[in-house]
Design a protein around this ligand. Structure first.
Ligand code: NAP
Ligand code: GDD
Length: 320
């Protein structure tokens, strides 16, 4: 039975990746950091089948200890301070976890067993103020947030370990991916939860920032399959993963509100508080390399993603 170790197991992607790896017959070791309340909501249904170890990307010793104990053949580094606005409030912490944390984990892998296959969760946020449309593996980066800057470090240190130490270190440059398990502060879930609350009479309006920002949004369940495929290739490489389509926050609102027979213009309030010091205006992927090399295709359309998220929030809120 192959063993995979996943940091960020309690996050959106961690939960979908754990499900996928279990289905494929892996023993799954999930790294969770200590907190004063339980953060296992997304993996509650998996707790009998996975092993949770306590660790933190700040702490080199914990990373070494569980690699030595569980001897994984694959390591997926999904842990990060992943919310872009927080990266302006806590830039040093974001750099410590999202950038230097990658080096700590790569160092632990190199020390314990350099043949472990390593996946780094890189991000389309690195393209920032885009210099090419659409964005592909060779598009130069121009990050617009401390988070984007930190992810660039993580991307390049992964490539550097691949080239310096001949390690199987892969960087997946993933565009935005969403699901009913998305954190409530990210715009898609904020909208699906907000519209469901309005429909059920629990809220009167929804405060958002820039409605004109455009993103390439896909379904998280599809994207974890791409992560796994990257580690099954003959050679380590970097891949862009996205749908190749872009939609605005406004379009997301139109579909989400329209699906519940509501007009978003009557409920959405544009609020200065949710604007960013520097915005990423347009992201759209060119995923041809991943499609050709990994035979990867997204399976959920933009409209189906929106309605899936609204349906899920309606059902959850109705249950009370
Ligand atoms: P998420 O839901 O925010 O999950 C982040 C995970 O990282 C959580 O499990 C969190 O633990 C953990 N974490 C945070 N700080 C940590 C630390 N110091 N030590 C150990 N664990 C820590 O993010 P996601 O959407 O699943 O994304 C997964 C990864 O892909 C992230 O690296 C993100 O930056 C990257 N990414 C995401 C997208 C996207 O659209 N979702 C696109 C490109 C790249 P707690 O539960 O304790 O907070
Ligand atoms: N969060 C949020 N809240 N975003 C809003 C709001 C709001 O009220 N109103 C408008 N937006 C706009 C933001 O300005 C941004 O342009 C867009 O919606 C998407 O914001 P988020 O959903 O917070 O995601 P993100 O694109 O900044 O970052 C996500 O995707 C990256 C990949 O490109 C995160 O998952 C990152 O971790 C990931 O790397």
């Amino acid at each position: 039975m192959p063993t995979a170790l996943v940091t960020g197991i309690t996050g959106q992607d961690g939960s979908y990746l754990a499900e996928l790896l279990l289905k494929k017959g892996y023993r799954v070791i999930g790294v969770a950091r200590r907190s004063s309340t339980v953060t296992f909501e997304r993996i509650e249904h998996l707790l009998d089948d996975i092993t949770i170890v306590q660790g933190d990307l700040h702490d080199q010793g914990s990373l070494l200890a569980f690699l030595e104990e569980y001897k994984p053949t694959e390591v997926y580094n999904l842990a990060a301070q992943s919310f872009v606005p927080t990266s302006w409030n806590q830039p040093a912490l974001t750099g410590d976890v999202t950038a230097l944390g990658v080096t700590r984990l790569l160092e632990a892998v190199r020390y314990v067993n350099p043949r472990i296959r390593f996946y780094q969760a890189s991000s389309s946020e690195m393209f920032g103020k885009v210099v090419e449309v659409p964005q592909k593996e060779t598009t130069p980066f121009y990050p617009r947030s401390p988070y984007g800057v930190a992810k660039m470090y993580g991307h390049w240190i992964t490539i550097n370990y691949r080239e310096s130490f001949d390690m199987f270190a892969v960087s997946g440059i993933l565009f935005n991916h969403e699901s009913p398990r998305r954190g409530l502060e990210f715009v898609t879930r904020k909208i699906s939860n907000g519209v469901a609350r309005i429909k059920l009479g629990l809220a009167k309006d929804l405060h958002l920032g820039n409605l004109d920002a455009q993103r390439d949004w896909g379904f998280a369940g599809d994207y974890v399959e791409a992560m796994w495929l990257m580690l099954q290739q003959e050679k380590p490489d970097s891949y862009v993963v996205g749908t190749g389509e872009t939609h605005s926050v406004r379009e997301f609102c139109e579909i989400a509100f329209g699906y519940l027979d509501l007009d978003y213009k009557k409920y959405v309030v544009q609020d200065e508080r949710f604007y960013r010091p520097a915005e990423v205006d347009l992201l759209i992927s060119d995923p041809s390399k991943a499609r050709a090399a990994l035979c990867w295709e997204p399976s959920v359309s933009f409209r189906d993603l929106v309605t899936m998220m609204v349906d899920s929030d309606m059902a959850r809120l109705k249950k009370g």
